[in-house]
Write a protein that binds this ligand. Structure first.
Ligand SMILES: [Zn+2]
Length: 518
């Protein structure tokens, strides 16, 4: 109700903000602790929502419909699936699947001292049960996730007052980073890189003393459906620490060069995030190294070096990491690796969630293709995705979004639709003689009453002015379209005066000199 009041279709909070409000406040409040009181609705055999908490899901769907109407500003007669695709909101059964999957992943990451950890692991080990299932049984038996293979995320990986045992430095630009490297006077340098190639992930670290290559360690993590490049970069740092710890040639102070800024920043302050347990292991190894070699906090520095800067050590680490990614047998012998890399690493929660989200998107796409509105929307914009409408209307006022969505769905105050919902005696256009049906296409491209206004539109857009698909899906047509609609006064009773939107800004890609993901 509140969302509806905040976002009237003529004057209201813009689409983007009201969508954010719904996703950030309404969904978490409505579906609070959903994993306890909701059961997955999808049946594995038929792959359709026919089991579990169907009734509750339908009730939630009603709330979501109200929200989708408020977000888009569509007419209340608009079909639900079309509204959800315009507002980019998962259909409710899929939303429930998404939330329950996330809840299971969350439970799988709990550390051993958490009371739920033991229960989750016991249920995962014992296998399926037929009777008296708990909520956790339902989740584990429904999703193809084994909680035992998921990484543990510690709520507090490091003590708040713990000091970082090394210095970090990230130069402002690629040139500065190269200059810093040239000025480095330390005899020992270690280069590290993580790489994802052909769906596989690997890491490597190469030790140089007096600009001479001494040793390299490599590690194959596995598939990119289980591990991220971030994890590979963190494993690279662990390999670096192992090289410094075990090779007698290494002298101190030493400098580590990594080409991923995110891993350097997180290395200084690991938090409760996916993959950070590896950085915590790296810090422990560095502490161990400091104790063994009697070093201080300035003895080791972790610096950023730009990728592909033709620095020999960096290029070598890059090549070795790619090799480690493609071939499992390239992993260095077990005796050379630190103890915590000798066992297979657990799966990253990020990749497991990403894979499930991709599965949900595909499912949504399949269901949307079966919708009666699909063919029409696809004809308007062949490259249509759930995000395209929000991209088209991202910077517009609520009024503009509402007009767009009404013209897209054809549920708009024109006689064809008004006659269908019994609000007009005739479906025909009364503006131009009454022998043609007043459709969206007729209003935009045919009606002779608006020839003068259309002439102005044609002067601006040429022959594109007669293509409904171009008018309703191209950002460059926005200004001319709303000027046309305003000058015809046809939608005046619903929307009043329609202001001309600002010229859409064409997005330019920022120059990435920063992180490098191979
Ligand atoms: Zn007409």
């Amino acid at each position: 109700m509140l969302i509806r009041r905040l976002s009237r279709s003529a004057q209201g909070i813009p689409t983007k903000l009201i969508r954010q409000l719904y996703r950030a406040v309404a969904i978490p409040r409505t579906l609070y602790a959903a994993s306890v009181w909701l059961r997955p609705t999808y049946d594995k055999k038929t792959n359709s929502p026919i089991r579990g908490s169907i009734g509750v899901t339908k009730k939630i769907a009603q709330t979501q419909r109200t929200a989708a109407l408020a977000i888009t500003g569509a007419m209340r007669t608009s079909p639900g699936d079309s509204l959800e695709i315009h507002a980019n909101l998962y259909p409710t059964p899929l939303l429930v699947q998404h939330l329950l999957h996330n809840a299971l992943i969350r439970m799988s990451t709990l550390p051993t001292h958490h009371p739920l950890n033991l229960i989750v692991m016991c249920i995962a080990t014992r296998g399926p049960v037929r009777h008296h299932r708990t909520a956790i049984h339902n989740l584990i038996q429904h999703f193809t996730v084994d909680p035992r293979t998921i990484e543990t995320i510690h709520p507090r990986p490091i003590c708040p007052d713990s000091r970082t045992p090394f210095r970090t430095s990230i130069a402002e630009s690629k040139e500065n980073a190269i200059a810093e490297f040239r000025q480095c006077t330390n005899r020992t340098m270690v280069f590290t890189d993580g790489s994802s190639t052909n769906g596989k992930v690997g890491a490597a670290a190469s030790l140089y003393v007096d600009f001479t290559h001494v040793a390299t360690l490599q590690y194959h993590l596995g598939n990119d459906t289980e591990h991220t490049v971030f994890e590979a970069e963190a494993v690279g740092l662990i390999l670096v620490a192992q090289l410094l710890l075990t090779r007698n040639e290494a002298s101190f102070p030493a400098t580590i060069f990594a080409n991923n800024q995110a891993v350097i920043r997180s290395g200084a302050h690991p938090t409760a995030k996916p993959g950070h347990y590896l950085l915590f292991r790296f810090r422990n190894l560095v502490r161990h190294l400091m104790d063994q070699k009697d070093l201080n906090n300035n003895s080791i520095s972790l610096n950023w070096i730009a990728g592909h800067a033709e620095i020999e050590g960096n290029e070598l680490a890059d090549r070795e990491a790619k090799l480690a990614a493609t071939r499992k047998d390239m992993t260095s012998p077990c005796r050379d690796l630190p103890k915590n890399l000798r066992k297979r690493l657990p799966c990253s929660t990020s990749t497991v969630k990403q894979a499930h989200d991709a599965h949900i998107q595909a499912k949504w796409n399949d269901e949307w293709k079966k919708s009666t509105c699909y063919a029409h929307i696809k004809a308007l914009d062949p490259a249509h995705t759930p995000k395209s409408f929000l991209r088209l209307t991202g910077s517009l006022r609520k009024k503009h979004t509402a007009i767009y969505v009404q013209l897209h769905t054809r549920h708009t105050p024109l006689n064809k639709h008004l006659n269908r919902i019994k609000k007009s005696a005739t479906p025909n256009c009364l503006q131009c003689g009454g022998d043609q049906i007043e459709t969206v296409h007729h209003f935009l491209c045919d009606c002779t009453r608006y020839d003068r206004e259309r002439h102005i539109l044609q002067q601006k857009m040429g022959h594109n002015a007669l293509l409904t698909s171009h008018l309703l899906s191209d950002k460059s047509a926005q200004q001319a379209l709303f000027q046309y609609i305003d000058s015809t006064k046809c939608l005046h009773t619903t929307f009043g005066d329609i202001p001309i939107p600002l010229k859409p800004q064409l997005k330019t890609r920022p120059n990435h000199t920063g992180t490098h993901h191979a």
